[in-house]
Design a protein around this ligand. Structure first.
Ligand code: GZL
Length: 324
């Protein structure tokens, strides 16, 4: 008899899980968040920031006993789209993802909406015509991060800087918006100019490679500042500067963004001058939003992550407190 009941129950659960969820996912996980399954598509493992972001998400799911199906896209949009479609096929209760670039998401987000599964954006935003395609976006204000880097640099250099720029992944929200905020901040200073700009794709290896090419160019000696869109590219560039016989942080002032441990260690060693914090530890906020959606509570459309600015004067004292 027992076997029959279990089979019956399993069958019922399976049947109730199939097909469209009524009301756009509002009946997701009728047993509450603990019975929920969340599909998460992560960009990749391109930087220390990303590694910390992944750990925060996995740790929080485990802490709350929520089933997480996690997919790593190796920084390829087509892999993310495949993962999102597989989450639909698995009929998960909530889909969350960090979009590698801003555009190209409308079709798959329409498919997810058709399936009645709510979507949470984390870390990076998407550029879509219909904001109802996602429930909320949890992430930093990248324009403000760029502004903070520009403002700090203007104060540090007295408004005089010939800047080499290492740009993040082309078309990604952080690369687009950090550049926008930085250029807005330095626009007030006619003697602050970006004289070189190229993508290092947020990786240490590419950051080193591009900095090597900057230093080999005939006008290399004009560079007085490096602005890197993330610490990993800055740390690669520091290696390139040292291999070229330069003193990073002294011969070339360096400002970057993220606030990873490696940046604090470089600041304490006098090789990096400033990092603007970009907090990756958004696991708690993500699963608060998951529980809110499943519990049919109102979740704000935009949840901004709070963060600060750290230069060499604070590095040694702050290093022991760094969680990522
Ligand atoms: C920012 C995040 C960026 C980091 C990089 O929220 O998307 O991607 O700044 C990471 O380190 O690769």
């Amino acid at each position: 008899m027992k076997k029959f009941i279990v089979l019956g129950a399993t069958l019922l659960l399976a049947l109730s899980g199939c097909g469209k969820k009524e009301g756009g996912g509002e009946t997701a996980a009728p047993g509450g968040a603990k019975s929920a399954t969340v599909g998460f598509s992560q960009i990749g493992a391109e930087s220390a920031w990303r590694t910390a972001n992944t750990q925060s998400i996995k740790d929080e799911a485990q802490k709350r006993g929520i089933k997480l199906i996690f997919s790593d896209a190796q920084q390829k949009q087509e892999n993310q789209i495949k993962a999102l479609r597989s989450f639909i096929a698995q009929n998960v209760d909530v889909i969350a993802f960090s979009p590698v670039v801003e555009t190209g998401w409308e079709p798959v987000l329409q498919e997810i909406k058709q399936a009645g599964i709510p979507v949470i954006l984390t870390d990076r935003a998407v550029d879509v015509s219909d904001p109802s395609l996602y429930a909320t976006f949890i992430g930093s204000d990248f324009v403000e991060e760029g502004r903070r880097a520009g403002k700090w640099l203007a104060e540090k250099t007295g408004g005089k800087a010939q800047i080499a720029e290492l740009v993040g992944t082309p078309g990604s929200a952080p690369a687009v918006d950090r550049k926008k905020g930085f250029e807005e901040a330095i626009a007030k200073y006619p003697d602050m100019k970006i004289i070189k700009s190229q993508s290092g794709d947020f990786t240490r290896a590419k950051g080193k490679e591009v900095m090597e090419s900057f230093l080999k160019a005939p006008d290399a000696k004009q560079i007085t500042v490096l602005f890197a869109h993330n610490d990993d590219m800055a740390l690669g560039a520091i290696q390139a500067m040292e291999e070229a016989g330069l003193k990073p942080g002294v011969d070339i002032t360096i400002v970057s963004i993220d606030g990873v441990k490696g940046a604090f260690e470089a600041m304490a060693a006098g090789k990096l001058n400033c990092t603007v914090e970009c907090n990756p530890m958004i696991g708690p906020q993500l699963f608060d939003a998951v529980e809110g959606i499943i519990g049919k509570k109102d979740v704000p459309k935009r949840i901004v992550v709070q963060e600060g600015v750290f230069d060499q004067s604070k590095a040694a004292a702050e290093l022991p407190n760094r969680k990522y």
